[in-house]
Design a protein around this ligand. Structure first.
Ligand SMILES: Cc1cc2nc3c(=O)[nH]c(=O)nc-3n(C[C@H](O)[C@H](O)[C@H](O)COP(=O)(O)OP(=O)(O)OC[C@H]3O[C@@H](n4cnc5c(N)ncnc54)[C@H](O)[C@@H]3O)c2cc1C
Length: 284
C-alpha cells in the first residue's frame, strides 16, 4: 500500500520533506507494484544512513524493502541474508555462529542492500570481500535476476549494474574462524569508532570519498575548515569528513556546506572531492 511519509523520519540525517508515494516492500507484495515502479522515478531506501533528502521532499516513489531473513548454510558455507538486515545485526549473527571477517560492519548503521550498492567498508575491509551473489528485482524488465561478483564490478564505495534494481537478498561467504579473534576485532573496531567519530548527533558518515592519494578528512582539516558551518550544519571538529546537523536543520544548508568545502579544497589543493553522500530530490 502507498503511504505518505515525512522523509526526515527514515534517514540518519533526519532531513527531508514529504513523499506521497512511499511503499514498504516484502516478499509477498512486490508483484503488486510491478507497473507502478516500471515507469516512474524511484528511490530505493535502505536505512537512510548515506542519504540527504531535499527539504522540498521527493516527487517520485520511495521504495523501502523489508527483507529481513538471515540464515547460515553449513553445506555451502554461505550466509543467506535479506537486503534489509541491519549491518551490526549481521556482524552479531556472524559472531554468534563463529563466522569471521564481517566484524568491520559492527559500527556501520546501514542495511545489506545499501552496503552492496555503496560497497561499504572500514579498516581495510569492503563488503565485496564477503559478497558471493545477490538476487534483485529489475523493475524495468520486470523480472528477478541473480548477479555474481563479476557482474557487479565493485569499486571504492561503488558498484555497477544495479541501476533500477531492488536488491532482495544476498549470499555471503561464511568462513568459520577463531571466536577469540572475532571478539577482539569487534571490540577494537567499536572502540576506534567511539574515539574518532562524532556520536549522538545526526550525520551520514563520510561526506566525501577517500582516494589512494589522499584522505578527504585530512584535506578538509588542512584547509582550516573544521568547525566551519552553514546555518548550524557544520564540519565536525572530531572528524573533518563528518558534517553534523543539529535537530531541525535543513538539507539545503548541508548542500551549501558540501559545495563550499569542495570549492575551498579545490582552490587550495587542486583536488576535486567526490561526494559519498547521496543528495536526493531538488536542491536548486
Ligand atoms: C555514523 C555513520 C558511520 C558510517 N560509517 C561508515 C563506514 O565506516 N563505512 C562506510 O562505507 N559507510 C559508512 N557510513 C555510511 C552508510 O552507513 C553506508 O554507506 C551504508 O552502506 C548505507 O546503507 P543504507 O542501508 O543506509 O543505504 P541508504 O543510505 O538508504 O542508501 C544508499 C544507497 O543504496 C541504495 N540501496 C539501499 N538499499 C537498497 C536495495 N535493497 N536495493 C538497491 N539499492 C539499495 C540506495 O538507493 C542508495 O543509492 C556511515 C554512516 C553513518 C551515519
Amino acid at each position: 500500500m502507498k503511504n505518505k511519509i515525512k522523509l526526515s523520519s527514515v534517514t540518519t540525517y533526519k532531513f527531508g520533506g514529504f513523499c506521497n508515494n512511499y511503499y514498504e516492500l516484502n516478499e509477498t507484495n512486490i508483484n503488486e507494484y510491478r507497473e507502478i515502479f516500471s515507469d516512474n522515478d524511484n528511490f530505493i531506501l535502505g536505512k537512510g544512513s548515506n542519504v540527504a533528502f531535499s527539504d522540498k521532499g521527493y516527487a517520485g516513489n520511495v521504495i523501502h524493502p523489508k527483507f529481513k531473513k538471515i540464515s547460515y548454510d553449513e553445506n555451502t558455507s554461505e550466509i543467506n541474508v535479506g537486503s534489509s538486515v541491519y549491518l551490526p545485526d549481521l556482524a552479531r549473527f556472524c559472531k554468534n555462529n563463529n563466522l569471521i571477517n564481517s566484524e568491520f560492519l559492527i559500527g556501520i548503521p546501514g542495511s545489506v542492500g545499501g552496503a552492496i550498492k555503496m560497497n561499504a567498508g572500514a579498516y581495510g575491509w569492503e563488503f565485496s570481500d564477503l559478497f558471493v551473489s545477490l538476487e534483485a528485482y529489475n523493475f524495468i524488465e520486470k523480472h528477478y535476476e541473480t548477479l555474481d561478483k563479476q557482474q557487479i564490478k565493485f569499486g571504492y564505495r561503488m558498484s555497477n549494474n544495479l541501476e533500477r534494481k531492488i536488491i532482495v537478498s544476498a549470499k555471503l561467504k561464511g568462513i568459520k574462524g577463531d571466536p577469540k579473534l572475532i571478539k577482539e576485532r569487534l571490540k577494537e573496531y567499536t572502540t576506534y569508532r567511539k574515539n574518532t567519530q562524532p556520536a549522538g548527533i545526526y550525520n551520514a558518515g563520510s561526506v566525501f570519498k577517500n582516494h589512494k592519494e589522499y584522505s578527504a578528512g585530512e584535506l578538509i582539516d588542512k584547509a582550516g575548515l573544521k568547525g566551519y558551518e552553514v546555518d548550524g550544519v557544520r564540519v565536525s571538529s572530531k572528524h573533518a569528513n563528518f558534517f553534523i546537523a543539529p535537530k531541525g536543520s535543513k538539507s539545503s544548508s548541508l548542500y551549501k556546506l558540501v559545495n563550499h568545502v569542495k570549492d575551498v579544497v579545490y582552490n587550495k589543493f587542486d583536488v576535486s572531492l567526490e561526494k559519498e553522500i547521496i543528495f536526493v530530490g531538488n536542491f536548486d
